[in-house]
Design a protein around this ligand. Structure first.
Ligand code: UGA
Length: 442
């Protein structure tokens, strides 16, 4: 059992802390947000993540998981301190490290014996070195020993617990045997699963995270560009992706064409790596292209919507799904935000439904018609747009929608349905990259 201090109870910190406690470690999560900590002590999870409430409750009840607002208290007996605070994107696209560095100052002031300080937040290459300097300059007793380490996370929102418990790999960037051993001991339960533990230097570990997320983004943008070409040349991106994915060198995942990538990670990390490369006198031209392809997708959806309705001006549009992907209430950089903005400028009435993200969306766009079911959202709609492929939208009752909607147009931004199915219910249909599947006029 290792005593761990987890700084930050956002997505990464809370999931990692709860999972490490479940591995049998003693974990104290600390956050400056007192309201959040009080809620967590009552078992209230501040965001939607399947299974996290049960995992937190179980580990609290079994006496391995603790919450506090006092870094000093969480820090006191810990041998390892994870930093999992936010690194938002600044106006110029680089990661804003003010929260990480502030924690570094506090750690320096508190450190009174050897500990390993690990960054779990996604931080630009070189941050651990800078952080070590910040800690060193704030030490009460100069020379107090500590080691830095980088341990990037690869959790996906919506399936993070499974991703933590059954990862494809664990990356640990360390520089001393002592810190490597401590990190290996934390992840020891995964040895039973034969999980590869990739031991690297610190800069390499930092770069692995950006390279991985950027590659995923490039893969998505690549297939979205193929989708666009497929429409022009009369091909079907669905079959192209399926066939490409059967090649083991390519793989089937992250080849779903549609509205592209959103969320708090891929958009932020692609912009950050472009910035990191610029600073280093290099260039990430492929990633820049992927960002550009992605940025065009909501506009393409609006053009399709124009064509399906014969003009969007003043129409009523139903949006099914607001979250950036299913199984989350996260709307950060969600394509739905651009769609809503585009519909508003065209004077549309926007009716929306989402199983989890409506409350978050309301904070940004309070003036939409928020509905309790997808069918209520379709009432009086000239056009229905499937934006996020939640499971509950995969088996829609189109007879019921036809009975409520004013028009007969369906835009499938996630390629869930097909033209014959929709036309059987009298709907014009369009999707992304499937030439034979669209009934919109060319
Ligand atoms: C992503 C990475 O997948 C995780 O490995 C990483 O740990 C995480 O970022 C992070 O850095 O914290 P996440 O943002 O939760 O995870 O979401 P993904 O499942 O990767 O999806 C990203 C976006 O791509 C979503 O908007 C999704 O709809 C879109 N997507 C995904 C596609 O458009 N097509 C695909 O084929 C796959």
């Amino acid at each position: 059992m290792i005593r761990i201090c987890m700084v930050g109870t956002g997505y990464v910190g809370l999931v990692s802390g709860a999972c490490m406690a479940d591995f049998g470690h003693h974990v104290t999560c600390v956050d400056i947000n007192a309201e959040r900590i009080r809620g967590l002590e009552r078992g209230e999870i501040p965001f939607y993540e399947p299974g996290l409430d049960r995992l937190v409750l179980k580990n609290v009840q079994e006496g391995r998981l603790f919450f506090t607002t006092s870094l000093a208290e969480a820090f006191k007996d810990a041998s390892v301190v994870f930093i999992a605070v936010q690194t938002p994107m600044s106006g110029s696209g680089e990661a804003d490290l003010q929260y990480v560095m502030k924690v570094g100052e506090q750690i320096g002031a508190l450190l009174d014996g050897y500990k390993v300080i690990v960054t779990k937040s996604t931080v630009p290459v070189g941050t651990n070195r800078r952080l070590a300097e910040v800690i060193s300059t704030h030490l009460k007793t100069p020379g107090t020993p500590f080691d830095m380490a980088s341990n990037p996370e690869f959790l996906r929102e919506g399936s993070s617990i499974d991703d933590f418990m059954r990862p494809d790999r664990v990356v640990i960037g360390t520089e001393t045997e002592r810190s490597e051993k401590l990190l290996r001991d934390i992840y020891r339960p995964l040895f039973l699963l034969d999980t590869p533990i990739v031991k690297t230097g610190i800069e390499t570990a930092e770069l692995i995270k950006y390279a991985s997320n950027s590659f995923l983004a490039v893969k998505i943008s690549f297939i979205n560009e193929i989708a666009r070409l497929a429409e022009r040349v009369g091909a079907d991106v669905f079959d192209v992706a399926k066939s490409m994915g059967l090649d083991k060198r390519i793989g089937p995942k992250f080849l779903h064409a549609g509205l592209g990538f959103g969320g708090s990670c891929l958009p932020k990390d692609t912009n950050a790596i472009v910035h990191i490369a610029q600073e280093a006198g290099s260039d990430m031209s492929i990633v820049r292209a992927a960002i550009g392809v992605n940025a065009d997708l909501p506009g393409r959806a609006l053009a399709k919507a124009e064509s399906l309705t014969g003009g969007l001006q003043g129409r009523t549009v139903a949006l099914l799904g607001l979250a950036f992907k299913p199984n989350t209430d996260d709307i950060r950089s969600a394509p739905s935000l651009d769609l809503v903005a585009g519909l508003k400028t065209r004077g549309c009435t926007v009716r929306v439904h989402d199983p989890a993200a409506a409350e978050n969306f309301k904070l940004v766009h309070p003036d939409l018609v928020y509905c309790r079911s997808p069918y209520e959202a379709c009432e009086g709609a000239d056009l229905v747009v499937l934006v996020t492929e939640w499971n509950q939208y995969r088996q829609l009752d189109f007879a019921a929608i036809a009975a409520k909607a004013a028009g007969r147009a369906f835009l499938d931004c996630r390629n869930v349905y097909n033209r014959p199915h929709l036309e059987a219910h009298g709907f014009r249909y369009d999707c992304f990259g499937r030439a034979g599947q669209t009934s919109a006029p060319a």
